[in-house]
Design a protein around this ligand. Sequence first.
Ligand code: MN
Length: 131
Amino acid sequence: MLPTDKKTTVLYVEDNPDNRLLIRRILLSENYGLLEANDAQEALEVLKTNKPDLILMDINMPDMDGYTLTAKIKTTPGFERIPILALTANVMRGDKEKSLEAGCDGYIQKPVDFDELLREIERFLARRANA
Ligand code: MN
């Protein structure tokens, strides 16, 4: 399913260590390469030297929210086409719209359903590959 020469790499931006642990287990068990960032600043640091295939984006973070960070990444030359999936516990009306407005390609609600997460990741990677 995944190319053997180069792992498909996912950057997960999330300030909650418990969430990171959970999703780390899932992604590593599916043989994805994984980069992690604890906040927006760390994510921008990681992106200086890495170009992940997909980004999972927490929305509520201490330094800069995931909407702002997404908009920043999506306007960075060379990074516009990396799919970004928002992960958020927010259940307020309009969150999906806000994510999409910021440039997120998809939206997954917390608590994360792992099958749905993996399905969505694969769907967006496949879409990108076919573009
Ligand atoms: Mn958070």
